[in-house]
Design a protein around this ligand. Sequence first.
Ligand code: SAM
Ligand code: SF4
Length: 318
Amino acid sequence: MKDTFGRNIDYLRISVTDRCNYRCVYCMPEEGVEKRPHSEILSLEEIEEIAAAAVSLGVRKLRVTGGEPLVRRGVADLCRRLGALEGVADLSLTTNGALLPDMAQELKAAGVNRINVSLDTLRPDRFAAITRCGRLDDCLAGIQAALKCGMSPVKINTVLIGGFNDDEIQDLAELTVRDPVDVRFIELMPMGHPVPFGPEAYLPVTAVRERLGDELEPAGADGGVAKLYRLKGAKGRIGLITPLSCEFCGCCNRLRLTADGHLKPCLHSAEEIPVRGLHGAALRQAILAAAAAKPASHGELSAACPSHSAREMGRIGG
Ligand code: SAM
Ligand code: SF4
């Protein structure tokens, strides 16, 4: 499936719920998202049908996300069904890791080989503060559970926040020395609701290169959005992801499906295309329309110029 700029759209991110067991301050308001009745959320069968239609149009990569995907009942079964769709070459999942110790094995058996776990800090007090209710040890145990059951790669997503965790760049990077994990530093994006950080929080991830300097050696690209480096002798790599710039819009290959059945052509645009209730040719037509609606780039994104998305990240999935 090509968009109007010739980009090959072969990646669908699927938000299976907008609920979450955490309330990360940059992602959700303290009270969480408005609880909507289950009837407003796509059933697992509807998700499978929409994913199958996208796959029939050339989508090859699926990522399950949330809110927190692991709080959705039946998520492992959904993964099994998505992974079994003919044409799917890659099935992955993004999670805060809290429920992974109990679920990693089941997810692996369901075909989730690759996993991203979000982890912004290695200090228990900071972890509790940024997630508003999470425990660092749960997340660390989740990462170990993913490694133990053979998921690979295990990627750690770290939102770099100036004045909050930029003094932990070295410690977070060193996770790649102990374990075969990739730590990916991602710029904080101004989305949705006001966050309790000033403009200094929107720190370019080039700060990581400056901090680690000579210790870093280039490690190529991952075929996605990260520029990769490695600490000398480390088992895993360090990725730098720069969503504030439009650097990777030119090779954007993705659509996003929200839990209530809308396709987002671009993370930072307000445009959404409803697909719930559509079947067969009408569904495929709507998916093609979403691909055709992808803009060339998301335009300026900064503290002064926030995202145009009508939803915060927790209702899109990253
Ligand atoms: N709950 C899962 C998790 O935390 O990994 C999946 C959904 S979460 C919305 C996906 C990713 O988006 C997480 O890595 C999170 O840190 C990131 N994220 C959320 N809000 C963000 C923001 N304003 N800027 C940058 N990344 C953000
Ligand atoms: Fe939940 Fe993930 Fe958002 Fe944190 S980033 S509130 S874990 S959806």
